[in-house]
Design a binder for this molecule. Sequence first.
Ligand code: ADP
Length: 482
Amino acid sequence: MRSVRSQIALTFIVISVLVIVLLGVLLSYEIEKYYFDRLLASLRTETMVIAALLQESARRSESRENMEKDLAAFASAAQMRITLIDSSGVVVYDSSVPDSLLQSLENHSQRQEITEARQTGTGANVRFSKSILQDLVYVARKVESPRASAAVFPSLQFVRVSVALTEVNRVMYEIRFKIVIVSIMILVVVLIVTQIVSKRLTKPLTEIAEMVKEIKAGNLDQKLPVRSNDEIGRLAELINEMTDKLKADIEQLKKLERVRSEFLGNVSHELRTPIFSLKGFIETLLEGAVDDPAVNRRFLEKAYHHANRLDTLLSDLIEISRIESGEMKMSFRYVDAVSILKNLIADFSDSAAKRKQSLLVEVPDREVLVLGDKDRLRQALGNIVDNAIKYSPEGAATTVRLIEAERSTTISISDAGPGIEDEHLPRIFERFYRVDKTRSREVGGTGLGLAIAKHIVEAHSSQISVTSEMGKGTIFSFELKK
Ligand code: ADP
């Protein structure tokens, strides 16, 4: 697998090389063109100067010898070859060829620079010169008034200059060399920058990969440094958030697992007591007590009592597990809270009467609609009222109230029982938590009643609250939305 870093570097380098080569070629082409154009322009100027020089010499009626001397001096000073050609293409003077050999030169009328000059005034051409065996640049000019120098150079029509291309090539070579050097320097800088940039870009990715490896191994305590504000920084941030979330979730799961096994322990413990007693009574009966009319009925009643206890315990257990697993669905409707409370009181009147207690209800004389699940509310309220009756002494009174406010209705159940000490108050809603275990068992408690009530009230988006004063009584209350 090719690393992201090398991929970035490679892309960068390929693009840079392409751009640099392209720019280099373009630049050298343009520079060469510019240089060559300037050379041609200056050679054209030279032809003009020579033409003017010839005219001036003719005006002063100078001898051919003097003229040739001037031309030779000019040619050597400017490091070029000067050729004068007449209208029929015959070379009448050449600074590189002695006059005596002029006759042996080819006719120049068909040379490209000459034909061009004949048509447009000036002409240029680059080619290999057979006379001096070199690549030459030729520039020719048609002379304006050949008559002026006619005495010396009859029918002179073209002034031509030429320079060796070696010099031009040398300059070009120098330019190209410089371009190559600069390109290499730029490339080196690009390489260095690429290394730095790709390293900086991929370092966080490497760190993220390391971190994910750690997460995979179960180590969630590490944090990624967030170095930038870009996508990579955001990714690091997200991974940190994800680890935090995972950590919290795992802690939650562990806690749940603890709670579960604790619950299981509690459940087995709770079940064991009634089953143990049940077994005991049945065993005693089987061992002979069944035939003893003095005890057999009492023992059977006790066995029945424990079987009942087991039954309530199991019902409560099923309820709480249904609530906690989310299996129990609430169905919310507008229901009349007044009738719920009145029915509740009616249902518990017998058990209150058994304990010579009074059960009072303070509600308005009309319907009060609240949003809730009727059966579940009835169940929660039942558990609270049941406790009030169970834990209050004989003759005490329990009052169920309904207090209306603008947006909500509060239901409260106050008893004149023993009260609950402050230290126990926050815990009585926990499963199986009892202030006094023996007392709870005596009265047939399962330790789940308030836990169930709390769940139901919370499912109504509300909170159950409790205040208590030792020796005076306890008040449970919660609000319901109208
Ligand atoms: P239990 O089945 O034991 O009554 P609950 O969950 O209903 O379980 O109540 C938890 C504990 O809170 C009870 O064991 C009891 O100690 C205490 N308790 C509940 N209601 C009252 C009350 N009205 N007066 C005094 N103590 C109460």
